[in-house]
Design a protein around this ligand. Structure first.
Ligand SMILES: [Zn+2]
Length: 100
């Protein structure tokens, strides 16, 4: 007996469906991105067969489940932090508060 794959997969799903049984086969998982120290981030969602009710999509960062909006906010914060950290020159004299 073969298992029906969960249809349709979202475009980012890279899961080979049909290899796992039951509920595990209904989870769509995307390509992982290595964040740091073995922590991965990856998109995921599940679809309830019959009803088509979805749980997700989420972005799993390690074991933390973020909404796509939360993951985008985190990405923007990281970019802002990286850009601010890339500036190593002191602020221009006119932009500093006057000393005593
Ligand atoms: Zn899938």
């Amino acid at each position: 007996m073969t298992t029906c794959p969960p249809d349709p997969c979202p475009p980012w799903c890279v899961t080979p469906h049909g290899e796992l049984a039951g509920e595990d086969d209904r989870v769509h998982v995307g390509e992982p991105v290595v964040i740091a120290d073995g922590v991965l981030a990856r998109p995921c969602m599940s679809v309830e067969p019959g009803t088509g009710t979805t749980d997700g999509p989420y972005v799993l960062i390690g074991s933390t489940e973020c909404t796509p909006a939360e993951a985008e906010a985190l990405g923007r914060a990281l970019i802002a932090m990286a850009r601010a950290g890339a500036v190593t020159r002191p602020a221009a004299p006119g932009r500093r508060s006057p000393g005593p």
